[in-house]
Design a protein around this ligand. Structure first.
Ligand code: KG4
Ligand code: ZN
Length: 360
């Protein structure tokens, strides 16, 4: 089954074609990083406009690189939320337009479900498993079952891990997006130079909190600068990264123990972090669980993860219809049940036979 995936939730216009949720045929990513770097972060209005300019070209280029046309596809999957509303609307409108014109089934994908599905690409991974999702907007521990249904075990109470990376990177004078730059810098610093707080949030808790850590870094930097002491940014980066990674590894380990699951899937943009990948690898060797980590280019936002998730939705008959709408803060549970969305009947109901939308 060939699924086209379209992703426009933030600052990448991305598309890909994936076969049976596992084999990547082609993918295109038009990044807006250069534009937003001038502003030190993503400017939503500009992001939407650039998605409008790029989306058709990105989709057509992806099909052409796979030597396919729309008639060779089985479905179109698109990120419906969460993300920047204007940005999401561009992808959703484009996907609806393509579905309407071609009669292909439409599948609305939750962005986090997409990140998790990236782990199926190029692997033989089978649910059930535990997933640690760490991105710019999310830090969550989830169970994923055989039907690609999710249960949230823990989530961040404030900032997401990637957000903390970007904010601390900015404090250290690194340009947007700071996470990957901080990662490189951390590899050259002393991880025990500073002891930053590890937020545990009570015994057995699988929730996360990063705002205290970010403030602790800000305070140390302010104090050192006030006292005229030179700040070794590499040491601060390494110590910060150690604090983040330690909590992520500890809580993921605890979740494996609590659920009895033996496979951990790392997902989301921060899954590209070398320190986190290494620490989880060591932990998996020590404790003997299976660790699945997507290739670095599939960790940050891309179309392949949306196409891969679309395959699972197709298999489960979880089709969308032309009432599919972009939702900026779409809870995973709402998306799964199709309840509480603007559409009375829910987004996941199969309105048209086999989810197919009749061409005009
Ligand atoms: O998943 P993603 O591409 O977008 C969201 O869904 O949010 O994640 C982007 C986040 C950004 O905060 C970025 O700084 C962070 O992932 N990130 C990293 C690394 N690569 C991306 N953080 C730490 N180390 C990295 N190597
Ligand atoms: Zn993402």
């Amino acid at each position: 089954m060939r699924v086209l995936g379209i992703e426009t939730s933030c600052d990448e216009t991305a598309a890909a074609v994936v076969v049976d949720g596992r084999e990547l045929l082609s993918q295109t990513i038009a990044s807006q990083i250069e534009t937003h770097t001038k502003f030190g972060g993503v400017v939503p209005e500009i992001a939407s406009r650039q998605h409008v300019q790029a989306v058709t070209r990105v989709v057509l280029q992806t099909l052409s690189e796979a030597n396919l046309t729309f008639t060779d596809l089985d479905a179109i999957a698109v990120t419906q939320g969460p993300g920047l509303l204007g940005a999401l609307l561009v992808g959703v409108s484009a996907a609806k337009g393509f579905a309407l014109a071609t009669g292909l089934p439409l599948l609305g994908v939750h962005h986090i479900a997409g990140h998790v599905a990236a782990s199926f690409v190029g692997t033989s991974l089978q649910p059930p498993f535990l997933s640690l999702v760490v991105s710019g907007g999310h830090t969550e521990l989830l169970t994923v079952d055989e039907h690609f249904c999710f249960q949230t075990l823990g989530a961040t109470k404030d900032d997401a891990a990637g957000e903390a990376y970007d904010k601390v990177a900015r404090l250290l004078g690194l340009a947007y997006p700071g996470g990957p730059k901080l990662d490189v810098l951390a590899a050259t610093g002393n991880p025990t130079a500073y002891h930053f707080p590890r937020s545990v949030l009570g015994e057995g808790s699988l929730d996360f909190s990063y705002s205290g850590l970010k403030s602790a870094v800000a305070n140390v930097l302010a104090r050192q600068r006030r006292e005229g002491r030179e700040v070794c940014v590499a040491d601060v980066a390494a110590s910060f990264q150690t604090a983040v990674v330690e909590v992520l590894v500890d809580k993921a380990t605890m979740a494996l123990q609590q659920t009895g699951l033996s496979t951990l899937v790392l997902a989301g943009g921060v899954a590209a972090n070398q320190g986190l990948r290494q620490a989880l690898h060591q932990q998996s060797q020590k404790l003997g669980f299976q660790l699945v980590v997507p290739a670095v280019e599939l960790c940050t936002d891309n179309g392949a993860m949306i196409a891969a998730a679309g395959y699972w939705l197709y298999k489960a008959g979880r089709f969308s219809n032309l009432e599919l709408n972009a939702t900026a803060s779409l809870p995973l549970v709402t998306w799964q049940t199709g309840m509480g969305v603007d559409n009375d009947e829910g987004l996941l109901v199969e309105k048209v036979e086999l989810g197919r939308i009749s061409p005009l």
